[in-house]
Write a protein that binds this ligand. Structure first.
Ligand SMILES: [Ca+2]
Ligand SMILES: [Ca+2]
Length: 262
């Protein structure tokens, strides 16, 4: 081959020459004069085009794409021989993909032998049955939201188990209600709490206006319920039905009068 300078414009560009008369590459690649070949970094031909009428418009993009395909791994790294799990892929050395190793299997980073607490734990939107979460190879049992909060915030969604935010974490507040501990409601009945309140309240039979006193005001109210002049609230009906027979009538008035007279 002579006059290679003609091809490199007397610069230091690398050139490979196809020895004549065999021209093995020329023949093997089915080349013609002014054919452009582009190879990727593994030697595969990715473009073969005659450029007698100019370079292809997308040549820049093709070259950039090919460059990004070149891995930055180093096959000469010194690596241990241990199987290594990285991003769900199993590699034969401790270097993993940094050593240009190809993965030999899929894998999991978790360790089923970890010692974990039993609390439900939210990790990345998934709920796990132990404090280790996925590190323990636990399968998620539900979705969840990572529970962060602002200090001082109150969550009263469950009034019997309200939560207050302290140090960015929800702290549960334990509510104890008298009824749950068998505290008797003498001469009265536990009335279910309104929405947003945990504990039932002990209300006296006959104390229709719930002022802790049984007197003529309560009699007037019961009479007005019986006559239909007023409609009792649910809890008023319960404490007005003094004999607890499900009806409001003169019997309840008589009993209330007896309660007042002692
Ligand atoms: Ca009263
Ligand atoms: Ca009654």
């Amino acid at each position: 081959m002579s006059s290679l300078e003609n091809w490199t414009n007397v610069s230091n560009v690398s050139v490979c020459a196809d020895d004549s008369p065999n021209n093995i590459t020329w023949s093997g690649w089915d080349a013609n004069q002014r054919d452009l070949f582009v190879l990727d970094h593994t030697g595969n031909i990715v473009l073969h085009q005659n450029i007698g009428s100019g370079l292809p418009n997308d040549l820049d993009e093709l070259i950039i794409e090919l460059v990004t395909q070149i891995s930055d791994c180093d096959p000469n790294l010194m690596c241990g021989g241990a199987l290594t799990c990285i991003d769900g892929l199993l590699y034969p050395t401790t270097c993993g993909p940094d050593n240009c190793d190809d993965p030999i299997d899929t894998c999991s980073d978790c360790d089923p032998n970890l010692i974990c607490g039993e609390a439900l734990t939210c990790v990345d939107g998934l709920l796990y049955p132990t404090t280790c979460g996925p590190d323990n190879c636990d399968e998620p049992i539900d979705t969840c939201s990572d529970d962060e909060c602002i200090d001082g915030e109150i969550d009263n969604t469950n009034p019997c188990n309200p939560r207050e935010c302290y140090d960015g974490q929800w702290i549960e507040i334990i509510i104890d209600c008298a009824e749950w501990f068998g505290v008797p409601c003498d001469n009265g009945i536990y009335i279910a709490p309104p929405e947003g309140v945990c504990c039932s309240t002990c209300e006296l039979y006959g104390d229709v206006n719930n002022d802790d006193i049984i007197n003529v005001v309560d009699i007037v109210l019961i009479v007005s319920f019986i006559l239909g002049n007023d409609i009792p609230e649910d809890n008023q009906y319960i404490v007005s039905d003094i004999n607890n027979d499900g009806n409001l009538n003169v019997v309840d008035i008589v009993m209330l009068v007896n309660l007042i007279l002692g």
